[in-house]
Design a protein around this ligand. Structure first.
Ligand code: SF4
Length: 185
């Protein structure tokens, strides 16, 4: 995980610098990209584990996990369990803030910027530092997960790293959890 933090560090520095530019978001909600209209962000297994680690180690986050699980169940209801890009409301968005911004934020979320700072052909895109970070992240996953790991949209990886918590919720309240046909692998 330390290695993943090292991969993310230049992206945090890049973002910190960009947000000081008043033209950066042009008055747009910074987390519009976390909602289903714009969001198809996929992450790797190590990034998902890093998010789980943040919830385990940070008592403030841990307290808010039930609300995350509730949103996660809703998001999962609209997704197929595969590795394709699909639209979703991120369960980690709370009060218009990314809950894991300080610890565990996925590489793609850190590197996604308006076009003047990233991809000149799109409205938004990944910065060049972001592409370098993706390559490093992929190598790291190869090393720790083997070559067959898959990128999946955020809720599908959260379903796996929070499978026990979702199962407990389903048992307690009868909510749809990760069971049935879409069970964890
Ligand atoms: S992890 Fe954070 S930045 Fe990424 S989509 Fe979710 S709420 Fe948004």
């Amino acid at each position: 995980m330390k290695e993943l933090d090292q991969i993310r560090a230049p992206l945090y520095r890049e973002m910190k610098k960009l947000v000081t530019d008043p033209a950066y978001l042009h008055g747009k909600d910074p987390h519009l990209c976390c909602t289903s209209k714009y969001n198809q962000m996929r992450i790797s297994p190590l990034e998902a584990k890093s998010i789980a680690r943040a919830f385990k180690s940070n008592p403030e986050l841990r307290k808010r996990l039930p609300a995350v699980l509730e949103r996660l169940e809703k998001a999962l209801a609209g997704l197929s369990d595969n590795n394709e890009r699909q639209s979703f409301d991120c369960p980690l968005l709370e009060n218009r803030q990314c809950m894991v911004h300080q610890e565990g934020k996925p590489v793609g979320c850190l590197a996604w910027h308006p076009r003047q700072y990233s991809d000149p052909d799109g409205e938004y895109g990944f910065s060049s530092r972001g592409w370098a970070a993706f390559a490093a992240r992929d190598k790291l996953n190869d090393r720790y997960q083997g070559p067959d790991w898959k990128l999946r949209v955020i809720p599908l990886w959260l379903k796996r790293v929070f499978s026990k918590q979702l199962a407990r919720r389903a048992k307690r309240g009868g909510q749809g959890g990760p069971g049935g046909k879409e069970g964890s692998r």
